[in-house]
Design a protein around this ligand. Sequence first.
Ligand code: FES
Ligand code: FES
Length: 942
Amino acid sequence: MAGIREPRTETDRQSIAFRVNGRDVSVSSSPLQRLSRVLREELGLTGTKVGCDAGDCGACTVLLDGDPVCACLVATGQAEGCEVTTVEGLADTFVGGRLQQAFLTHGAAQCGACTPGMLVAATALLERNPAPRQNEIMDAIGGVLCRCTGYRKIIAAILDAGVKDGVVRDDASAGAAAISRGADAAVGKRLVRLDGKQKVDGSEIFGADETPASALAVRAIRSPYHRARFRFGDLAAFVRDHPGIKAIFTAKDVPGKNCYGVISKFADQPVFAEGEVRHRGEAVAAVVGEAATVDALEVADFPVSWEELPPLIDIDTALATGARLIHENRPGNILVRGRVVRGDVDKALGASDAVVEADCETGFIEHSYIEPEAGFARRVGDRIEIQACTQSPYMDRSDIATILGITPERVRIIPTAVGGGFGSKLDLSVQPFLAVAAWHLEKPVRMVYSRTESIVSTTKRHPARMRLRGGCSKEGKLLALDFSADFNTGAYSSWGPTVSARVPVHASGPYYVPHYRALTRAVHTNLVPAGAFRGFGVPQAAIAQEQLYDELADRVGMDRLEFRILNALDDHTPTVTGQVLGEGVGIRACLEALRPKWQTARREAAEFNSNAASALRRGVGVAGMWYGCGNTSLPNPSTVRIGLKRDGRIALHQGAVDIGQGSNTIVTQICADALGAPIERFDLLSGDTSITPDCGKTSASRQTLVTGKAAQMAGEKLRGAILKLAGACDCATLLFSEGGITVRDGDKSHMFALGNSPLDEHGYVITSEATFDPPTSPLDKNGQGVPYAVFGFGAHMAEIEVDTELGTVRVLKVTAAHDVGRAINPTLIEGQIEGGVAQGLGMALMEEFFPGKGENLHDYLIPSAGDIPPVESILIEDPSPIGPFGAKGIGEQAVIPTAPAILNALHDAIGIRVRKIPATPDRVRAAILAAHKEKGKENVRG
Ligand code: FES
Ligand code: FES
């Protein structure tokens, strides 16, 4: 198995002429070659992205004689004599240029991988319909998938760029103009993202967009079976017989250790399997050679024979007594257990006036970022350089060093732009294959995953099987929660230990639960490894716990929102780990912000449902959330360096990888205000292990808090150094100019000319560096301690409509209240919330991945523009005493409460709970029929 490939023959090339972006071009290509490939590889127009090569994602959308088409489905011969417009050509058109500006102003581009396709599709719409309505916009962009934004800001941007009431408005450019003039304080402003321009003009470099001209192609040979023994045939003869193939690498070619893993203590994943594969899609070899030959290789011809073996697929089989061990050193196939215990849960349940028991199951979820994994590597003397998409450059560096058997200092990781990650690009993908091949061949090598290869081989959200018992008093005070969960962690550890540790800390939800027991296990099976996916298991736990709390509220006859408000944590109540946060606990404010909307929505739903003749039923649901920012009870530092340059500009070295969430902009905003400099003075250097200090991984909602705090400290330190030189007070103003700084302190003014200043070892006039590590403490054997320094809080309300005959659920609106401490950039925060809502909606109603089936974006459905309702974001600012300017994280927080709010709304609408998630139409319909059947029995009994 190696994914979908199309043959590229060199023999059927012909000259094909067409126009691209107003320019005549002629290419030598097979007329059957995909237009997307010719645009990218022959013409260098890499703004056209390839997310699937199958017409499913729309990232490759271009205009062909004015009509939007998927360039991956257009044969180049079909373009002969036509006019092709790509994202690179949009700025030259009135509509395209306006759209690009509107996308910037509205924050409609996050990672940017879908942005070219969106812009092109929107251009086609506005060219033929300058004043589209919202539903026409949704139709027009319906074929272009976005995994980050939740589409609402894209729709708003397109509306803005169009004509309204017969007038072409200039709103689209107003926001950016305000920014370019600069502002006194950057924190709190809706600044356009600093890396936005390259996302809308197509010049952003993603993993597959750049490669040395002479690079050889790398292709992995992967297992078609969940478990199998394998033997290679004559590999040397295979290379000899295929002139375009230069080498084949297997486990014996790994120069260092054939083992890696994101948590070194649990590292267990081989670069190449040895003798037996543990999951479908596991690599056994890598073929390296000329791209045309490697692409055309029929995998069936590769000399490997497989002996399929019975796999362990589900948790029960893997846990069964006597079950074969997937890893010899992990008895019972249990990777790790998690535990948080407080009080006496059994006694408290016994004393409760109401007790509810429930179970709940969720499946694998595929990350479905639009950019499949890609990159290139080259050996430079005794060093290796890898340029690829990643969320964690320093972790990659350390693992690649182990794999090659060299020191980390001899590995350079250069992250490209990341076309969505959501946790999966924390794990290595193309990097080990590239490293081994480049190391041996001493030539640059390139690897680009196909969509299928990405889906079969990269990590997923953990399937969870959860069981709960909760108890409360008749007044609705929560007394106890007993939670247990098994997670199917697949064949290798990845982030299984983190999920097992994080979930018990969070499974209470943001409520005071005096008696608590949460036990988790990560269980190995022969399936694709489950890893990090926005929330590390907490979204699964929230689905279970928030539904249980609704049932408890119902049992004691309380309003479901008021039940949550009554039990909400506050600054002085201890969490389930015994931590008292002291300040910045904003859950009650979030829930109370929903109250008026909740009451209105409930009343409106009841009115709608009074029409008993209709098969449609409406419901309203609510769910709360909390999420600890950063690693659980582990060191978690970020280091930021800033340097004052002779030209009066400031270099900001921050190694946080911006995967679309906006850390490039947010960290700079924070640093700018800490220093007291306008944001325009900053030159950003991000994410390159040779030039930026370690800012840790982009995950766990830690970059705003941890790297942001380090940036604040570095900014304040540099400010302090400048003020000291001037002998000025803290309140002095810094004025930066070309080649100098003026310090204004009351009536006094000190001017420093920097042009001839001596430079320090970093090459700056003054360098300031700061490290921040959030204060946490280890958890004891009962999980008591301080797992996180800062939590983010939130609550979502979902309004839905259920078609009881079809079992379909339509989400009408989501209202999302989040305590973000301090909204550093409200536009970017809203973008995170809207994107989180979209992923939560997919989790609740649509998404489930079955290993071995539907390994593409045609069968695996994620929400498209038409699925996403309006989202109203309410930003609460209850400052964290620790976070930069009071800020907390929002990345994972945004996704957690949506699914339980929708599932609670489903119950509110039809009185039925679907225990196996997602609540797809067949499951909803089956639950309705089962309930009818049960009711019929009761009627008979009655
Ligand atoms: S790459 Fe063409 S539709 Fe996905
Ligand atoms: S911004 Fe749309 S996929 Fe990332």
